[in-house]
Ligand binder design. Structure first.
Ligand code: NAP
Length: 312
């Protein structure tokens, strides 16, 4: 039987980390495959393992492609690619999820406990205070997918009063779930810490804008580990300037790296992290890729397929 050709089209620097584990994962899944970053004949390629920072934007030479398997959870850069004519699966990876849960938990706890206030900087600066408890803090997670649902569950396990919001109805233990445009208005006026874990789609573009910010309580905090376009930056800056929003911790931006001249850099109420909230981990992600190749070859439905009309 001839091997299934799998093209690694992630960033070339990542290939050394993927080569051995991906080859092993495909073998463990029972797939006889050849996986490399180059094939002389594009027509021989059955699966493309894709990242937007990789070498390929034009998929049209791969005329016998069966699926594109994204290394990233966010697929906004590939989903509208006119040369994509086959099913697209996004990355759902336990390592990626765990990383996001840890980033979200760390930054929620930083703002909840106001840990910056307790870091003593001057000798004699001894001003103890009783920190609040999670049970008295209301946190909302927008987006209850792989990452949002896991982050919301971790926050609820710590005792936070957690609400979540998604496009379709959900029922998650310990989380007050809302959905659709009406659901959003219901929870915002009761949200002290807002976590954005929505995908970037035409519908979510600028969703955190003046109207939504005005509906939040004075002193609320925003965390954005989702995508930059979720935020109307001018509206957020105005709310931060006015002190209505106490702080924004931002990991993702409309333009990355964030331009040096951007007002976020010097804003006292903004914390910037360089799109590191979570990363796909080769050790676990290769199993997700191998399982989808196995399914494709067995004629079974692929996991985590993107709905191209919804954009995620
Ligand atoms: P996912 O599983 O596709 O979940 C997306 C969630 O958003 C779903 O709950 C979905 O609702 C909801 N949603 C989508 N459009 C909506 C709308 N118009 N109104 C209300 N809810 C809507 O995605 P994920 O794996 O959790 O990842 C979320 C995002 O995190 C990714 O798209 C990516 O941009 C970002 N991310 C960032 C980093 C980083 O390092 N900063 C790392 C990985 C991922 P339904 O459940 O009803 O479909």
């Amino acid at each position: 039987m001839s091997p299934v050709n799998v093209l690694f089209a992630g960033h070339p620097d990542r290939w050394p980390e993927y080569e051995a584990p991906l080859t092993e994962a495909l073998a463990e899944a029972g797939v006889t495959a050849q996986v490399t970053p180059t094939f002389d004949d594009p027509v021989s390629v059955s699966y493309v393992v894709y990242a937007p920072n990789g070498p390929y934007t034009d998929l049209s030479p791969f005329t016998r492609l069966k699926a594109v398997l994204s290394l990233w959870a966010g697929v906004e850069d590939i989903v509208t690619n006119p040369t994509l004519t086959v099913p697209l699966a996004r990355m759902v990876d336990p390592g990626l999820t765990e990383g996001m849960v840890e980033w979200v938990t760390a930054h929620v706890l930083r703002h909840h406990l106001e840990t910056d206030l307790d870091v003593l900087r001057a000798p004699g600066d001894w001003t103890p205070r009783v920190p609040p408890l999670a049970r008295d803090r209301r946190v909302t997670v927008l987006g209850l997918g792989a990452l949002g649902a896991a982050s919301a569950a971790a926050l609820a396990a710590l005792g936070f009063r957690v609400s979540g919001w998604s496009r379709s109805p959900k029922s998650l233990p310990g989380i007050t779930c809302h959905f659709g445009p009406e659901g959003l208005a219901q929870i915002l006026n009761d949200t002290q810490i807002l976590v954005l874990l929505l995908p970037a789609t035409p519908e979510t573009d600028g969703i955190l804008g003046a109207e939504m910010l005005a509906g939040m309580p004075e002193g609320a905090v925003i965390l954005n580990p989702g995508r930059g376009p979720l935020i109307d930056d001018a509206a957020l800056l105005a709310a931060l300037d006015a002190g209505r929003i106490a702080h924004a911790t931002l990991d993702v931006f409309r333009q990355e790296p964030l331009p040096k001249s951007h007002p976020y850099w010097s804003h006292p109420r903004v914390t910037i992290t360089p799109h590191i909230a979570s990363a796909t981990r080769p050790g676990t992600a290769v199993r997700a890729i191998a399982e989808n190749v196995r399914r494709g070859e067995a004629g079974e439905p692929l996991l985590n397929l993107v709905d191209r009309t919804l954009g995620y």
